[in-house]
Each structure stands twice: as C-alpha cells, then as structure tokens.
Design a protein around this ligand. Structure first.
Ligand code: HEM
Length: 460
C-alpha cells in the first residue's frame, strides 16, 4: 500500500472512531429485518412456512453455528447456539447478563400497577416466592394428591370414551391440579372459570405488543386481566381479616402487596399448567406411537401397582422406581420441547466466539440448537429413550428446563406430575393414535394439529 492510500485508510479509521466515540463493534453476523417488528413474524411462525426451529436452523447454517443476530419483538437480539452458547448464557447471570422478559409477556401476566416493579431482581423474588410451594417436603406431599386427582380425571373424562383429545384434557387436568396445590381451590366450577381466559394467554405471550382488536396479544392481555381480577377477589376474601381494623396506609400497602401476590400466582399457574400439559401430551403421543416403548413402561408401572393395595396412593419411593418411564419422558421432551428457550439482557458489552454483544442487547438460547443436533445426539430425529440410560450426555446439550441458576424451578414438580400421570394412564388403558400421522405444529408454542386424538382400550 502506498503512502497516500495508507494515509486515507488512517483518516477513514480516525473518522469512524471519532463518529462512534469508539471503534465499530464486531457484532454477530445476521440481519435484523423490518423496522420495529424486525424478524418477529418469521420467528413466531406467522410468515408462511416458517417455524421457530427452522428459523434458528436457517440462521445458524447461513451466518454462524455459535451466535447470530436478529431483531425480535422490537429488540436487538443475539441468538446463542450449541453447548458452548448455552453454557455461556447459563453461567453469566448478573455477571454479563441478567433477567429479561418480553414486554408482551409482562403486559399479559402483570397488573399495570406492578409493571414498573418487574425489574431485574424479579426473577430472584419469584424464585424465593416459589420456594415454599416447591420445596422437597411440599413436593412429597403433592404425590398422593396428584395420584388421586389423576385417577378422578381419568375416571370422569377418559374412561367413558373410546376416543379422546389429549391436549385439551391435559390442560384441564394440569390446571385443576395447580389450582388445588397452589391455591387450595377444589371446586371445579371455580377452576373452569379460570380455564377459558388462561387458554387465551399462551398464543399472545411472545408477540409484538401492539394492541389492535382481535390480535393474539390483545386477547392475551384481556385474558390475563380477567384472571388476575378473579384471583384477586379470592385472595382479598382470604385476607379480609388481615385488612380489617387497619389504618388507610396499612390498607394501601397490603392492597399493593396483594396485587403483587396475584401477579406471581398467575405466573405460577401459567408456568405450571401450560408447560406440563404440553409435556404430558408429547409423552402420550410417543407412547401411543411406539407399542414396544409403551409395553416397557406398562411393565415398569405394573410392577409398582402390584406392590400396592388397590386404594393405596403413590409415594416418593414409587416415583424413584419409574426410571424407564422418565427416560421416555426425557426423549419425548428432547424431540418436542415444551419450552423453546429463554431470554436474557446484556448488562455490559461482552465478547463471545469473537463477536461483541453490546450492553442493552437481548440474548436468546434455544433448545433447537442442541436437541436435534447430530453432534450431540446420534440419529437425532429417532425416538430412543435408551439414549438417556446412564449419564453419557454432554453437558449443556439436553436443556428442556434451561440450566444454571435460572434453571426452571418447577422441574421436579413437572417430573412428579408427568410420572404420576403416566402411571395412571398405562395401568388403565392401552392407547393408539386415531390419526397415525397427526402432526405437532407451532402456534407459536407447540400443539398437536388435532389435539392429539387417541383411541382407548381398557386392559382385560
Ligand atoms: C415440563 C414442564 C416444564 C418445562 C419444560 C419448563 C421449562 C422452563 C424453561 C426452559 C425455563 C427457562 C429457564 C432459563 O431461563 O434458563 C423455565 C423457567 C421457569 N419455570 Fe419452568 N418449565 C416447566 C414446568 C414448570 C413448572 C411446573 C413451574 C412451576 C411450578 C415452572 C416455573 C418456572 C418459573 C417460575 C421460571 C422462571 C425462572 C426464573 O426466571 O429464574 N416451570 N421453565
């Protein structure tokens, strides 16, 4: 390079440096799509033919298998991929990243009065609020209740029919269970009052937060509001004595507290029943599809059933014996993960795989970059519960519940609920798919195209 060109190059670098106040950042490769909505439509599957899984696969193939940029829900977003991307995000909490929820989610799940309080440490508060409900003693106490509710549910909703739609029934069951365990609501009429507005929440939870009539977002906001108000009425009733005789200031304080408790309970009810009903549905799907797998699960569960009296309910020791059934659940959730991943926010500029993620950008890790990657799971499209025997899986590759300090606090609850349900299902019914090639689609979360229609036959 001659002296003149060299001077020009230095001058150009100087101007760029002067303009930005720093050297331009080496951002992850990718594109950000349209102004404001970015690539949201492609992500949530509104654009014809796209799926969250395909969205990630296309970008990792085109730009980088480690990290790429996009723009979703009005935010600049770095999508982290592979085991190293998962590890990096799971271990960075409060060091280079922090909690972040999309504003659509906050608006659906929280009272406007508490919105501005949903800040960085809210995840910590939520987790400590949950501790009471999810501590080991509480979980052990839930098992017989789960068992008797699963029996009643199968008696009333499944046994009278030859064919059932699993997905809506699983939603009813997991929701009634969550109301019973977290709020001691036993009256199924009250439960059903909540069920309809809850069904409106999921499709609008991760969406562009524009309130136009009829959009999934505005339906979800209305559903969320209705539930919080119903809940608040119940909590208010329960706390009447507490409020009576207090002065105005104390009354005000308690009312605000009740709003926050109501928000948290809505979050808890939603997280617990939405994810677990999906996981029950995908497990039933694979059990109905693979008779040899069903047979092994049946034998394992019958061993347990035979060791108990007819009215004796399941307990903690029984759950520990359900090893093969849990492997079946694990491979079902690998192939059809109920949650697609989750978000964080960069609290400082940081570097990953040679690229800089600027402070304020949002990050996303996703189950799709490892669960179906042949690098981590051989023949990844094949359903094979035996891959979960032993503990030979590479760390940070099987992540349906996330990982690190933010890993799903409901994992153990979900495991118990799933195993208790499987026990009751297989010990009572043989099952078969009524539509053999029924597809699992995304809306934007995972749903079976026809609700998962299965045929039932009681054991002789
Ligand atoms: C099969 C069922 C479930 C699956 C697949 C699932 C999956 C997940 C995932 C992937 C995350 C994000 C983790 C991360 O950001 O790293 C999460 C977070 C969370 N889950 Fe679950 N979940 C399930 C059931 C439950 C249940 C039953 C509850 C409550 C009883 C629950 C409560 C939560 C809460 C409160 C968070 C937020 C944690 C935080 O912000 O630190 N989940 N879940």
């Amino acid at each position: 390079m001659d002296l003149f060109s060299q001077s020009l190059l230095y001058l150009a670098i100087f101007y760029v440096y002067d303009f930005f106040g720093t050297f331009p950042l080496n951002l992850p490769p990718g594109k950000r799509g349209w102004p404001i909505i970015g690539e949201s439509l492609e992500y949530i599957g509104a654009a014809k033919g796209s799926r969250p899984k395909k969205f990630i696969a296309d970008r990792t193939a085109k730009y980088s298998p480690e990290v790429c940029q996009t723009s979703l829900l009005g935010e600049n977003l770095a999508v982290f991929c592979g085991a190293s991307g998962n590890k990096f995000l799971f271990s960075g909490q409060n060091s280079y990243i922090t909690t972040w929820w999309p504003s659509s989610m906050k608006k659906v799940l929280a009272f406007p009065e508490t919105l501005e309080k949903l800040n960085r440490d809210d995840s910590k508060k939520m987790r400590s609020f949950l501790q009471e409900f999810l501590k080991p003693e509480a979980l052990q106490h839930y098992i017989p209740i789960m068992d008797s509710m699963a029996r009643d549910h199968l008696d009333t909703e499944w046994a009278p029919r030859e064919e059932v739609e699993v997905f809506p029934l699983a939603k009813n069951y997991t929701f009634a269970l969550a109301c019973r365990l977290f709020m001691n609501i036993k009256d199924l009429q009250i439960v059903s009052k909540f069920a309809k507005p809850f069904a409106r929440i999921a499709p609008g939870l991760i969406s562009v937060p524009i309130s136009l009539p009829g959009t999934p977002f505005s339906k979800a906001v209305r559903g969320g509001k209705q539930i919080r108000e119903e809940l608040l009425a119940i909590i208010r009733q329960r706390n009447k004595e507490l409020l009576e005789g207090k002065d105005d200031e104390a009354r005000d304080f308690l009312s605000r507290l009740l709003l926050e408790v109501s928000d948290k309970i809505v979050g808890l009810l939603f997280a617990s029943h939405d994810m677990t009903s999906t996981s029950i549905t995908v497990v039933v799907n694979f059990l109905a599809q693979f008779p040899d797998v069903y047979q092994r699960v049946y034998e394992e569960q019958m061993e347990i059933a035979k060791s108990k009296g007819p009215d004796e309910l399941l307990n903690w020791d029984d759950i520990q014996k359900m090893k093969y059934s849990w492997n079946v659940a694990c491979d079902s959730m690998r192939l059809c993960p109920p949650a697609q991943g989750s978000f964080r926010e960069a609290i400082t500029d940081f570097t990953f795989a040679g690229y800089t993620i600027p402070k304020g950008w949002k990050t996303f890790w996703t189950v799709y970059s490892t669960h179906k990657n042949p690098k981590y799971f051989s023949d990844p499209e094949r359903f094979d519960p035996s891959r979960f025997e032993g503990d030979g899986r590479a760390p940070f590759t099987y992540v349906p519940f996330g990982g690190g300090p933010r890993m799903c606090p409901g994992k153990e609850y979900a495991r118990l609920e799933l195993l208790v349900f499987i026990h009751n299902l297989v010990t009572r019914f043989k099952i078969e798919k009524a539509i053999p090639d029924e597809k699992i689609i995304y809306n934007p979360s995972l749903v079976p195209a026809n609700g998962l229609l299965i045929r039932l036959q009681t054991h002789n």
